[in-house]
Unconditional design. Structure first.
Length: 310
């Protein structure tokens, strides 16, 4: 550092006492001194960010990293995000959506207020008939929820007589679907449909216990195996206060895998599952169930889980 200071002093004095040429301005003297000394040790030269990357590379610096994706890649990512966000709509909802669109156009023609009302109703119908994909757990003895909704009943009762199941107490787990839940139903276990029985009835509130006996319903008997032994399980779709039609897409003797779609109930309802006594219940009252994903019970038995509301 001392040598550097002496060098600057000597160079400044020599510039001040030049015999030829006009005297240099002090600022120019300082610039000339810095140019003669060169850059300080270990200090990298400055790089102009406005210069092209290729020019910077020629100067010994690596090109600056390119941030972001190409426009084509960004558009592909955007389309993929939209595809994953939008949920498919089941074809059972197409007629209702078409009716909603027609009413929206007609209502909007006469009054903007009615147009908005019918548009909101049409969007709700699209949401109601959504049919998302599900990731179903597979395992011997696992009973998967047949419906989206809330577990509102867990009890031991006699099965409906129309199912031809043994008239002895069975475990019943009920999942209630409100008008905002997905109403596509899925089979709770892999097996063959032994029989299907439709029973006309009332349209009481599906949350009530007596709805299992009084309401319109459609019952299925699933013939499956557990531990190498044959087993029959009952699945009953129950129409509710708002629901007016139970739609089924399967027939007797059809073989289905757990989680596959088998029917739909329009506008609010309930699904009951009848299991052998001793089955281990894995859900609690009030718990939210997802059709094809939530495991309701385990046929292998074992201690039941305990739940608490927080």
């Amino acid at each position: 550092m001392r040598e550097l200071s002496e060098k600057v002093t000597h160079l400044t004095l020599s510039l001040s006492f030049q015999e030829r040429g006009p005297a240099l301005h002090p600022i120019r003297q300082g610039r000339a001194a810095l140019a003669a000394i060169g850059p300080p040790p270990h200090s990298p030269p400055k790089v102009d960010a406005r210069r092209p990357a290729c020019h910077r590379a020629e100067s010994g610096f690596p090109p600056a990293p390119v941030s972001g994706l190409a426009p084509k890649d960004r558009m592909s990512d955007l389309l993929e995000t939209i595809r994953r966000t939008l949920v498919p709509i089941h074809k059972e909802g197409y007629p209702f959506i078409l009716i909603g669109i027609v009413l929206t156009v007609i209502g909007g023609y006469f009054a903007q207020f009615f147009g908005w009302i019918f548009l909101i109703l049409t969007l709700w119908v699209c949401y109601f008939f959504r049919d998302p994909e599900r990731v179903t757990p597979v395992g011997d003895g696992l009973i998967v929820s047949p419906a989206d909704g809330r577990v509102n009943l867990i009890s031991t009762v006699l099965p409906p007589p129309e199912l031809d199941l043994p008239q002895e107490p069975m475990l019943r787990i009920s999942v209630f679907m409100n008008v905002f839940d997905c109403h596509v139903n899925r089979v709770p276990v892999t097996g063959r449909i032994g029989q299907i029985h439709y029973t006309p009835g009332l349209f009481l509130n599906a949350e009530l216990d007596k709805a299992s006996d009084d309401n319109e319903r459609n019952g299925l008997v699933m013939e499956t195996t557990h531990g190498g032994r044959p087993l029959r399980i009952g699945v009953v779709q129950i129409a509710g206060l708002v629901a007016r039609r139970i739609v089924g897409w399967v027939h007797a003797n059809d073989t289905l895998n757990v989680g596959e779609r088998f029917g739909l109930i329009r506008f609010g309802s309930r699904v009951d599952v009848y299991l052998p006594v001793g089955t281990r219940v894995l859900v609690g009252l009030g718990q939210k169930a997802v059709a094809g994903e939530t495991v309701l019970a385990d046929l292998a038995g074992g201690p039941e889980r305990t739940f608490r509301r927080i």
